[in-house]
Design a protein around this ligand. Structure first.
Ligand SMILES: Cc1ncc(COP(=O)(O)O)c(C=O)c1O
Length: 366
């Protein structure tokens, strides 16, 4: 069969795999209880700590990002604990839903979709409810393309009388943004392999700080597979509690090597550059951005399609005619917006190529 021209995969994860990562995936399988595996895990964990900017353990679980959110909830909380869920889109809603499903007493701070979390509103919510045990926050809301001002949010949390635990979903941010876990004092920080890390889906990586470890001992929500203590003990010997997604680790190892070679400042600058291209491109096409100015994500841009057009027809045309794959909207934005992912292995031509295809689609008046 002739090779397909390579697709311009521009969803906000899974992201395209560089050649070195694809090569890594074709390695022969190894035992996960072998010295080869232990050496690989040691390297991967050291590189993850570098990008999490933490000296504390980063735990590996073979699961999608949602598994990481669930792991954070069940290891930090007990049924009945008061939780403030800051929701500004589909993924904030999911975090809140998981906590509620395990019996947390969830209070929601609902931010209109497209806006960022307002630090004063968080401070007010905490002042009104000083027994709040934890805050659930999405760093980068992938459904709207909003990046929160994390230092400002952390200042509001730190100022609370009883400083709650801060659990941060950075699934579509970490590895592309400068998010220093230890300096900010984030207690649990979650990401996923298929995003900025240039690896396939299959692993969630979770940083746990000192307050998180204290909370873990007291937390009474049920957990077996996602038990932080069990995985941490195994990782002390570069082992895993369960059989890990070995091939995804091969890929993550290769992705992290590429990232170390490029360096965090250059990675952050590249994401800022392609994000600016995406934002200007959509606006130039007359497609207003969903995210408020000042809070636009470096990893995903969401834009409204013209009122007389259906986003899903546009997406089908882009795929069929241009081999460009964008994502649609979620929740009430379904059919109204498109989302362009620009994280991980991405340079200017992939973004400008997708925008040219969009220009053609708009001219077709679909
Ligand atoms: C911010 C955010 N949180 C959670 C998730 C869920 O991750 P997964 O689809 O890997 O379960 C995603 C996935 O897109 C995300 O972007």
């Amino acid at each position: 069969m002739p090779a397909q021209p390579e697709q311009n995969l521009r969803v906000p994860g899974p992201t395209p795999l560089p050649a070195a990562v694809r090569d890594a995936l074709s390695q022969p399988m190894i035992s996960h209880r072998s010295p080869e595996y232990e050496a690989m895990q040691a390297e991967v964990l050291a590189n993850l700590q570098h990008f999490f900017q933490t000296e504390h353990p980063v735990l590996l679980f073979s699961a999608s990002g949602t598994g990481g959110l669930e792991a954070a909830v069940v290891n930090m909380l007990s049924p009945g604990d008061r939780v403030l869920a800051v929701t500004m889109g589909a993924f904030g809603d999911r975090f809140a839903q998981i906590a509620a499903a395990y019996g947390a007493d969830v209070r929601r701070l609902e931010i209109p979709w497209g806006q960022a979390a307002e630090p004063h509103a968080i401070a007010d919510a905490l002042a009104a409810d000083p027994h709040t045990r934890a805050i659930l926050l999405t760093c980068n809301e992938t459904s709207t393309g909003v990046l929160n001002d994390m230092p400002a949010v952390v200042r509001a949390v730190d100022a609370a009388t009883n400083r709650p635990l801060l659990l941060v979903d950075a699934i579509s941010a970490l590895g592309a943004v400068d998010l220093p876990m230890d300096r900010l004092g984030i207690d649990v920080l979650i990401t996923g392999s298929q995003k900025a890390w240039m690896a396939p889906p299959g692993l969630t990586m979770i940083g746990v700080g000192p307050r998180g470890w204290e909370a873990q001992v007291q937390a009474r929500m049920p957990r077996v597979y996602f038990d932080f203590a069990r995985q941490c003990k195994a990782q002390d010997h570069h082992q895993d509690a369960w059989t890990p997604a070995v091939s995804t680790l091969f890929a993550l190892q290769a992705g992290l090597r590429l990232m170390r070679a490029e360096g965090l400042p250059a990675i952050v600058a590249r994401h800022a550059r392609v994000a600016a291209l995406a934002q200007q491109g959509f606006e130039g096409l007359g497609m207003p951005l969903v995210a408020a100015a000042g809070y636009r994500s470096p990893t995903v841009t969401a834009a409204y399609v013209p009122a007389n057009m259906d986003a899903n027809s546009l997406l089908r045309y882009l795929r069929r005619v241009h081999n460009v794959v964008l994502a649609g909207g979620q929740g009430h934005l379904e059919g109204k917006i498109v989302r362009l992912g620009h994280l991980g292995w991405v340079e200017d031509p992939q973004v400008t190529g997708a925008l040219h295809a969009m220009e053609d689609a708009l001219q077709q008046g679909l």
